[in-house]
Design a protein around this ligand. Structure first.
Ligand SMILES: *Cc1c(COP(=O)(O)O)cnc(C)c1O
Length: 339
């Protein structure tokens, strides 16, 4: 048996639904969503689409599926989508775009995951003809997970959107943590989502729902994605139980992300991390031996992720309070300094 975890900073996916959220789930009005008859799911899809300024939404079990449905709307087998080297779709979805949709990626190097329009422009090959793989879309991640919770600057997003439009390319946003970008910048969600054709957002990260993501796009694209969702075996029946958690999260857990951001800033400052790199709820900490630090911290009840041989990721969320942050500092500061 391991020591019970006191502070779990591995990811913001580890949150457990609050009592109030569970009550909302228990009371959800439900129907068969494959028949389109679950009022709670339908309302959530409409609500998220409206929030993000798109025509329609599709409730899916995971952010990976939201991304994968979005990507396959943009490319046919044998075509490519470009994204950055650290993108979740390229690194953390187990090759799904290749395995299911026959899509390949080419990637641009990105410091902290930040968009660089020149790098994107240098990579794309629209209508490449019979020799090179044709690029059909550009994918962007905001906030950027492996980049350290980075918010994409609006000017860079606008420049990439212009590039996509000029070359007739689709534009997908992996907005798993778009809520965090919204709270960190005060920019309306619809403004953050406007440049994109397809946007996937997660309810199960900082928002604290147990399950669920929503893909938004035009009504036509969502109708096609709905068919593919069922084909993938992800058509859910009385999913209103889960969608109710999403409604509760949107009602109560969006603005409080500011608390997570403040706690991440406190963690970063106490551990000597450059404050400019802690923009939202993720802290990336450089240490000589990430696995060793993670293991020692775990033994003291503080869980962190080793992102690479010398990189640790610390993520604040609904289930980490101020006392948890201070406990993490107490355990990690000597390890970070001494290692
Ligand atoms: C978590 C995450 C996802 C989706 O993850 P699931 O575990 O499939 O829900 C997608 N993109 C980013 C950037 C993420 O951090």
């Amino acid at each position: 048996m391991t020591t019970p975890a006191l502070v779990d900073l591995r990811s913001d996916t580890v949150t457990r639904p609050t009592a109030a959220m569970r009550a909302a789930m228990a009371e959800a009005v439900v129907g068969d969503d494959v028949y389109g008859e679950d009022p709670t799911v339908n309302a959530l899809e409409e609500r998220v689409a409206a929030l993000l300024g798109h025509e329609a939404g599709l409730f899916v079990p995971s952010g990976s599926l939201g991304n994968q449905l979005g990507l396959r709307l943009h490319a046919a087998p044998g075509q490519e989508i470009v994204c950055d080297q650290l993108a979740h779709i390229a690194r953390a979805e187990l090759g799904a775009a290749a395995a299911f949709s026959g899509i390949t990626f080419r990637t641009w190097p990105a410091e902290r995951g930040l968009l660089d329009v020149d790098a994107v422009a240098g990579l794309i090959a629209p209508d490449a003809g019979p020799y090179l793989v044709s690029t059909t879309a550009i994918a962007v991640e905001n906030t950027h997970n492996f980049g350290g919770g980075t918010v994409q600057p609006a000017a860079a997003v606008a420049a990439v959107a212009r590039l996509a439009r000029d070359h007739g390319l689709g534009l997908h946003l992996d907005g798993a943590r778009l809520w965090n970008a919204h709270v960190a910048t005060g920019t309306p969600l619809a403004e953050l989502a406007a440049p994109f054709d397809t946007v996937s957002v997660c309810l199960s990260k900082g928002l604290g729902a147990p399950v669920g993501s929503v893909l938004v796009a035009s009504a036509e694209r969502i109708a096609a994605a709905r068919v593919w969702r069922k084909r993938y075996g992800a058509g859910m029946r009385q999913a209103g139980i889960l969608a109710a958690a999403g409604h509760h999260a949107l009602d109560h857990h969006v603005e409080r992300l500011a608390d997570d951001h403040a706690r991440a800033a406190r963690l970063g400052a106490a551990l000597g991390v450059d404050a400019a790199t802690v923009e939202t709820n993720i802290v990336v900490l450089r240490v000589p031996d990430a696995a060793a630090v993670a293991q020692t911290a775990a033994a003291a009840g503080v869980l962190v992720s080793a992102l690479g041989p010398r990189l640790l990721r610390l993520v604040t969320h609904l289930d980490v309070d101020d006392a948890g942050v201070e406990r993490a500092v107490e355990v990690l500061a000597p390890l970070a300094a001494g290692s």
